[in-house]
Design a protein around this ligand. Structure first.
Ligand SMILES: Nc1ncnc2c1ncn2[C@@H]1O[C@H](COP(=O)(O)OP(=O)(O)O)[C@@H](O)[C@H]1O
Ligand SMILES: [Mg+2]
Length: 389
């Protein structure tokens, strides 16, 4: 099976998807309402991260080292068991959510949690999870015996984002783009000040930055706004740095000064009377005061000015948004498959191919991406160098 042939690479993407799922707000919120063992889930995440760190090395070494190949093959089975278990949990979380929105009232929501077919199964799931953690921890111990070394994980090695996007490789996101376009171009302002904020929310690798790039580069957007600016904020939120980046982008020149007051006054001066679009990509800071301080220099922009914030954290979105929060959904299996094939072959050849066997394998792999474009892209890229699946 293709999965065996692309060994560590395939595993790497699956492990990445699982870790993202375990860390997602949605998953954690659901877990809080159940009797599932939170500390076991944490252990599972830590162990997966430990294993993920050596997968790149294992992938390389398996070619000459049969023991490593065996380790990867066995690990693959264990990881897929973990995936099945987490899928079961996700399925129940979804079921509870759907039923509670259908029925509506609080009492019924509570009832739904307790009526879960999982209720009696939580104990069983916990014991399965315990076995799974122990088994994965054995793999983690074994990695040292095999001499596998930590390399930073391929899928999480991210460079700072810029506003540039290659639109020819983007799949889907048409509806999402249209919804946000309407917010960006609407004449109606949602707050007393002039800035409308659209928050795009979703786990890492889901395509938030890509969607923001599509919007930023759209022709209609270019014409509508007097000026645009893109700042990659990332984990190390620093008001001086972000304010300075915005100012530099707005004035098209560098600013040596680190005095926040001066920077803010300049930014205020330069954004006044202009309709602007600012993108703050990958915001992690959920402190309201920091946010307020950051946006205060540009609240006097021309009506219709907009800020797009992308974030993984619901709390950040809640602090920033003025328009309804745009929660990004995973791509469909079909879209993942299209993305994977584009990266595997550089075009849609897989789609046009008469080789239905190949297509079937490719689609199976795409399903394993869990709707995460980063997983589909990474796998596609790896398949590109392995033409003989
Ligand atoms: N709709 C899409 N079509 C094609 N590639 C995508 C799509 N969404 C994301 N990607 C690719 O997946 C990777 C992760 O996407 P990104 O937008 O950086 O995610 P996020 O900002 O949510 O972490 C990027 O390399 C991007 O090019
Ligand atoms: Mg991003």
């Amino acid at each position: 099976m293709a999965a065996t042939m692309i060994g560590g690479a395939f595993l790497s993407a699956t492990v990445h998807t699982l870790v993202e799922k375990l860390a997602s707000t949605e998953f954690l919120d659901y877990i809080k309402n159940t009797k599932l063992n939170v500390s076991l889930l944490r252990q599972l995440k830590t162990t997966l991260l430990t294993l993920q760190a050596v997968l790149d090395d294992a992938e390389e070494k398996q070619i000459n080292n049969p023991a490593v190949k065996q380790w990867l093959d066995d690990l693959k089975d264990a990881v897929f068991d973990a995936e099945d278990l987490l899928n079961q949990i996700s399925y129940d979380s979804l079921r509870c959510k759907v039923e509670s929105t259908q029925v509506g009232s609080k009492t019924n929501q509570v009832w739904n949690f307790f009526s879960s077919p999982f209720k009696n199964l939580y104990g069983e799931i916990n014991s399965q999870m315990k076995i799974m953690c122990e088994s994965l921890q054995l793999f983690a111990q074994h990695k040292d015996i095999l001499g596998l070394q930590t390399k930073s994980a391929r899928v999480s090695r991210r460079t700072p984002s810029s506003s540039v996007v290659n639109e020819s490789v983007v799949v889907g996101r048409k509806d999402e783009k249209e919804t946000i376009m309407n917010m960006l171009l609407s004449q109606r302002d949602t707050t007393s000040n002039n800035i409308g904020v659209v928050a795009i929310l979703g786990m890492g690798g889901l395509g938030k930055t890509t969607l923001a790039q599509l919007l930023y580069n759209d022709k209609e957007i270019q014409q509508y706004f007097d000026m645009k600016s893109w700042v990659c904020v990332s984990e190390d939120f620093d008001t001086v740095r972000v304010t300075k980046s915005l100012l530099e982008s707005v004035t098209s020149r560098t600013w040596e000064c680190d005095n926040l007051d001066i920077l803010r006054v300049e930014l205020k001066k330069n954004s006044r009377e202009k309709r602007f679009l600012f993108v703050l990509d990958d915001l992690w800071n959920d402190n309201y005061n920091d946010w307020d301080e950051l946006v205060s220099p540009f609240i006097d922009g021309k009506p219709g000015s907009r800020v797009i914030v992308t974030t993984r954290l619901e709390k950040v979105a809640e602090v920033a948004h003025t328009f309804p929060i745009q929660k990004l959904e995973p791509l469909s299996n079909e879209e993942c498959w299209s993305l994977l094939s584009k990266h595997a072959l550089g075009n849609d050849e897989f789609h046009n191919s008469k080789n239905t066997n190949l297509e079937e394998i490719g689609k199976k792999i795409a399903r394993k991406c869990g709707g995460l474009p980063i997983a589909a892209k990474t796998l596609g890229g790896l398949l590109r160098s392995k033409p003989c699946i």
